[in-house]
Design a protein around this ligand. Structure first.
Ligand code: F6P
Length: 330
């Protein structure tokens, strides 16, 4: 954690970056209203880092965040900005922020977005605080990221529906969920949805293992099964797994890729509360003169974590939970 003189802060900038996540709006609302309460000005940067490069700054008042706590997506828009990987773009961004009178930034996003914020601090000592906002939940230093709970519940609802039709038709289904290179969504919905097997990048199982689970289920009288796979190269995309299973066993699997459905929709109560708490804390951290940190959840309480430490660590899904899958779905 780094420190600076908080009396230099009159205006805070806030932006959302990377893939949107349900609950980002609740976080923006909390940032704006907490900052206004402390007599600070708030500026929203539209479209993530690109918005900073384009000087797309907008004053946010109390009213501009009214009626957004229940909305998915982000009112500040979001982008993946590859341009920001270039030092000259970051220099330009810093100059734009200073010229616009924005004294510190709150970044809501995932690991990639945090790296941009980290660079702004390291290269210009510009005060930044990050909030974990991604459905993937792959950010080290926080037990949960904003959007994860909603995405999990959205995917779970779909899996429950698939279970109905799989059962009626005695079918095997492979459901592919998001997560980029991580298996948090897959593990959680797999356990919650009673999946027969779960494929995740962090602890891949083989096609043979899945086939053997399906076969032993059939021997015990099971008539349908659902396998969950995380997207990404490592476990293999759902259609490749279906083909692998067909080749080894002759079983025909139906494939369902849930895709961006998992990114949208009304945030759950849990995500709204999480985002509200983290958003408010981010402002308090800045006004107490701390920066280059992420505000997250540790042992179910709001906590402040060094940004470098978060970015240098890896977070993996609970392997014990994963190991329960074939036992509980027997
Ligand atoms: O990081 C969130 C996420 O939804 C990942 O799970 C997924 O791999 C990726 O974003 C998809 O990104 P895009 O919407 O840019 O295709």
């Amino acid at each position: 954690m780094s420190t600076f003189d908080p009396s230099q802060i009159k205006t805070i900038g806030v932006f959302t970056s990377g893939g949107d996540a349900p609950g980002m709006n609740a976080a923006i609302r909390a940032v704006v209203r907490t900052a206004l309460q402390k007599n600070l000005k708030v500026v929203g940067c539209l479209g993530g880092y690109q918005g900073i490069l384009d000087n797309d700054f907008h004053i946010l008042d109390r009213k501009s965040v009214a009626n957004i706590i229940q909305r998915g997506g982000t009112i500040l828009k979001s982008k993946r900005c590859l341009e920001f990987l270039k030092p000259e773009a970051r220099k330009q961004a810093h100059e734009n922020l200073v010229a616009a009178g924005v004294d510190a930034l709150i970044c809501i996003g995932g690991n990639g977005s945090f790296k941009g914020a980290q660079a702004l601090y390291k290269e210009f000592q510009y005060p930044v605080v990050c909030l974990p906002g991604t459905i993937d939940n792959d950010i080290a230093g926080t037990e949960q990221s904003i959007g994860f709970d909603t995405a999990v519940n959205t995917a779970l609802e779909a899996i429950d529906r698939i279970r109905d039709t799989a059962s009626s038709h005695n079918r095997l289904f492979i459901v592919e969920v998001m997560g980029r290179d991580s298996g948090f969504i897959a593990t959680t919905v797999g356990v919650a949805g009673g999946a027969e097997e779960i494929f995740i990048p962090e602890k891949p199982i083989t096609v043979e293992q899945a086939v053997s689970t399906i076969q032993s289920g059939i021997q015990r009288g099971k008539t349908s099964s659902i396998l969950i796979t995380a997207e990404g190269k490592k476990p293999g995309r759902a259609y490749d797994l279906a083909e692998g299973i067909r080749k080894r066993s002759g079983f025909e699997a139906k494939v369902c890729i849930l895709g961006h459905i998992q990114r949208g929709g009304r945030p759950t109560a849990r995500d709204r509360v999480l985002a509200s708490g983290l958003g408010a804390k981010a402002v308090e951290v800045l006004t107490s003169g701390h920066c280059n940190v992420m505000v997250g959840i540790q042992s179910a309480s709001i906590d402040v974590v060094d940004l470098d430490q978060s970015l240098n660590s890896q977070k993996t899904p609970d392997h014990e939970l994963l190991a329960l899958t074939p036992i509980l779905s027997r």
